[in-house]
Ligand binder design. Sequence first.
Ligand code: OGA
Ligand code: MN
Length: 204
Amino acid sequence: MPSLPAAVLRDPAALAEALDEHGACLLLGFPSPSGTSGLRVELKRLQATDALRPAELGHGRSHHLRIAIRGDDTRWMDADSGAAATAYLSALRALRMAMNRRLFLGLEEEEAHFACYPSGASYHRHRDQFQDSDARVLSMVSYLNEDWLPEHGGALRLYLPQGTIDVLPHAGTSVVFLSGIEHEVLPATRERLSVAAWLRQRAA
Ligand code: OGA
Ligand code: MN
């Protein structure tokens, strides 16, 4: 199986090149260990206060159908989401501006949500662009679970032109990919915690 290239936030040129060439790239060292644990604490707090909601698919689909397609509970990050979330959003903003300079993408906004996949939940193969909008250009997912082992499952499977790649959702791992690339979340044998983020252009 091929492996993903890796880059650091400090070197957006390498990240832009990897995305251009491969469509996906690991972002090393982001979030920091303290940023990751801050996000995990916040997500656990949202969970404990019943602030997560089943992710929407739109188009008025039934609960039964939704759970068959994706099983995560989510909450958008905003200014009230705590210090770790604020730092995450500002890093996303810096990434957006750096990518605009390198790739001339015209990215105008960033958005991010906390996500919790209960044990057994998955997200079927999909793209992050909605049928009626191509606003999402870059996707990033950052994982928050410590001590994730291969036997726990729960990989992000990316269907890249050069082959299929599985990324295990370890705390401290972030992966960036072009939003038009198909991907899926495989079911896990334990709760799977993450932040998913998108850099958006003006919708066509
Ligand atoms: C998504 C998604 C991937 C992951 O939220 O759209 O594909 O690894 N998440 O959690
Ligand atoms: Mn997705």
